[in-house]
Every structure is written in structure tokens, then in C-alpha cells.
Write a protein that binds this ligand. Structure first.
Ligand SMILES: [Zn+2]
Length: 396
């Protein structure tokens, strides 16, 4: 009897381990704090209170991620641009430092093959994306420079219009008008052309609908939305309309649905509570950017979020997968991917940190997605886009 039990156990392990191991999971948007790698709590090689660290990635079988060089929007002048560059460089070097100090665990990757190779070697991998084209100022050469540091996508704008594009959420702090360029600026069009030449993916998350449609049309290569969800399911300015989703499909691009609570289910009460606590500009609804009445430390931020999550139930992993289902039905499984926005306000019940990553795979299986489809959603699609963007670049 005991013998039989061991045989069954062995067969189960034999079947389940390769299946689980064969799906390469890639999260296209992981935010990092400015003191990443500097304090023990934000050192991903240690036990941290961050949603993503190396141990959590291993535990949840999250193989790869785009770690994000995010810089908030400031004034559109030389001083603002210089300051943004310093901030961006700090984040680039902290990501590189992570992959140097923990080289036996995580590898810095600059092309899709390296992502696959790292997984085969049983290593985690970190790619880099820039969030906010503000960091290049008005100097196209900085695009080349950031590319050399490893940036493989760039979100054209963030909250607030910049020198490249109009934002989906104008900044009241910066006294933004409703529109600044009516889509992309002239410089923005040059930026897209240079990104195509370099082989850097154009990311349309965060920019206005007009700017997004223009960027998709202009780009010679497929585009990504690195972290956005569906407007038809949650009417938030950060989400994508069906029209934009169709254009992304035509362009052979990919939408990385994001596990960001307010983009999955618009909850005005929860939103109001966040504003009252004054926690984050990124969680605001509509065109009113919140101006915090005091400066919050990261710890206060994290505690505040926990407190809010206790009082206002978060959307669940099922709500998140509803967005995936919607896009799959509308434009097909080849244009869908996954992002968490962990560290930047992301996280839903069931996927609150990297440890819970397998819950998503399980939930997709419950909804009858095949392993082939799950592979595409988890990484196949974004790697296909990345490969095509590289192929079409003028370096090759
Ligand atoms: Zn964002």
C-alpha cells in the first residue's frame, strides 16, 4: 500500500514539475524605490517588506520582470530635465547593482533570448523599462545612452504632460491644461522614430488617447502598453478604449493588463479614502491629481496602503482575469500580457506580492486557458514583440 502511494506521488511530481517549470513568467512593470539596494528593507537580496524581492520571486516562480526606472513629472525646463536625469541614473545603477551583487541569482537581460537563457539556467532575470520619457529632456542622444544602460522600453509620459506627449491625467500640481500638444509633440514624433531605430519598445501606457493612437500609427514596430487595463470594464482615464485595443492588435503589439486596483474596478469610496490619507498621486481618479499635504515616508506609504486595503476590499485576482478575458475575446490571445505595478500601488487579493504569482497561472487554468495560451500571456507575447522591435531596429 505504502509502495503504491510513493509511485503515485512520484508520477504526480514527474508530471507537475516540468509543466510548472516550462511556463516562463514575466511581469512587465515592477516599480522600485529611490533607495533600492540602499537600506536592508529595500535590498531585494534580503528579506524585505517590498512586494518583489528575490526570495519572493523564487517562491512564487516569477522568473523575470521589467524593473522600472520611474521619475515623476517636473517642470519642462533645463533644470527639470537635469534633475530627472540624475534621478533616472540612480535607479539604473541600483538595478545594475542588484544584478551584480546577486549575480548567482538574478541576471540583467537586454534581449529576449537572454530572458529565456536565464530561465534555462534556473536564474531570475531583470530587464529595464523607463517610465516617463521626461528623463530624456529634449536630447535624443539620451535615448541612446539609456538604451546602452539596458532600457528596452520607455513609457512616453506619466501623470502630467511632458515634452513628448499629452498625459491621460493632466497634472494639477503643474497647472497642466487639458491638452498641451493635442497628442504627440513634434519632438515626440522624433522620439518614436529614434526608439524604432534603436530597438526600444514604445510604451503607450499613461499617455492620452490621442497620443496613443498617434504613437501606434507612427511606430514602425509593434508597441506595448506596459501596464494598463480595459476602459470598457473600468472607466478610468488610465485604461485603454476598445478602439485603442483594436489598433494595438493591428500593429501586432501587446497589452500588459495591470493588477492595479483602481484600474480594475473603479471604487470612488476607496479612492476618496486614499486621497484623505494623502498617499499617492498615482491613485487619483479623473483629472485631479492629489497634492499630499505632507511628505510621506515609504514606511508610512506602505502602512497607509495596508490600512486602506483592510477597510476597502481590493479587487481580486478574478477581477483581474476578467480584464484578460475581455481583451482575449476582443483582439485575441496573441496581444495579451501581465503586469503587477508592484511597488507602485499594484496588487489584488490573491496576487499581493511575487510569492502569489502561481495563483494567476492556476486561475487561468481554471478558466480553461491551455498551457500554450498561458505561456503566451505570461511572456510569449511580449517577448515576440520585443524580438520584432529588435529585428526592425537599424542596428541589425
Ligand atoms: Zn504607471
Amino acid at each position: 500500500m505504502k509502495h503504491k502511494y510513493y509511485i503515485i506521488l512520484f508520477v504526480c511530481l514527474f508530471i507537475s514539475v516540468p509543466l510548472k517549470a516550462s511556463i516562463l513568467t514575466l511581469d512587465s512593470h515592477i516599480d522600485i524605490p529611490f533607495d533600492f539596494m540602499q537600506i536592508p528593507n529595500h535590498d531585494p537580496g534580503k528579506d524585505t517588506n517590498m512586494q518583489v524581492d528575490l526570495k519572493k520571486m523564487v517562491e512564487g516562480s516569477l522568473n523575470s520582470g521589467f524593473f522600472v526606472v520611474y521619475v515623476p513629472q517636473g517642470d519642462l525646463d533645463r533644470r527639470g530635465y537635469e534633475d530627472a536625469k540624475i534621478k533616472a541614473e540612480k535607479k539604473f545603477s541600483s538595478i545594475r547593482k542588484m544584478t551584480e551583487i546577486y549575480s548567482s541569482k538574478i541576471k540583467l537581460v537586454k534581449n529576449p533570448e537572454a530572458v529565456i537563457h536565464a530561465k534555462e539556467k534556473n536564474l531570475l532575470s531583470a530587464a529595464i523599462g523607463i517610465e516617463n520619457g521626461y528623463v530624456i529632456g529634449e536630447d535624443l542622444k539620451l535615448l541612446d545612452y539609456y538604451y546602452s544602460l539596458g532600457a528596452r522600453y520607455m513609457t512616453l509620459a506619466h501623470i502630467g504632460h511632458n515634452q513628448i506627449a499629452d498625459s491621460s491625467i493632466p497634472s494639477s500640481r503643474l497647472n497642466d491644461p487639458k491638452e498641451l500638444h493635442g497628442g504627440l509633440s513634434k519632438f515626440g514624433r522624433e522620439v518614436i522614430s529614434r526608439m524604432n531605430q534603436l530597438g526600444m519598445m514604445v510604451d503607450i501606457s499613461h499617455i492620452s488617447d490621442k497620443a496613443a493612437l498617434e504613437a501606434i500609427k507612427l511606430s514602425n514596430s509593434p508597441v506595448i502598453a506596459s501596464h494598463s487595463s480595459v476602459k470598457s470594464l473600468a472607466d478610468h482615464p488610465r485604461n485603454l478604449s476598445d478602439e485603442i485595443l483594436f489598433e494595438i492588435a493591428k500593429n501586432n503589439g501587446v497589452v500588459q493588463l495591470v493588477a492595479f486596483p483602481n484600474y480594475l474596478k473603479v471604487d470612488k469610496e476607496r479612492d476618496y479614502a486614499i486621497r484623505q490619507l494623502g498617499i499617492s498621486v498615482a491613485r487619483t481618479y479623473g483629472d485631479n491629481e492629489f497634492i499630499p499635504s505632507k511628505h510621506f515616508t515609504t514606511q508610512e506609504f506602505e502602512e497607509g496602503i495596508k490600512n486602506i486595503n483592510k477597510h476597502f476590499p481590493l479587487p481580486s485576482i478574478r477581477d483581474f482575469i476578467n480584464h484578460i478575458d475581455y481583451v482575449v475575446k476582443l483582439i485575441g490571445v496573441n496581444h495579451v500580457g501581465i503586469s503587477s505595478d508592484f511597488g507602485g500601488g499594484g496588487g489584488v487579493e490573491g496576487w499581493m506580492d511575487a510569492r502569489e504569482t502561481q495563483n494567476l497561472t492556476n486561475e487561468l487554468r481554471k478558466r480553461d486557458y491551455s498551457d500554450l495560451q498561458i505561456k503566451k500571456i505570461w511572456s510569449g507575447n511580449i517577448l515576440r514583440v520585443w524580438r520584432e522591435v529588435e529585428k526592425k531596429s537599424q542596428k541589425n
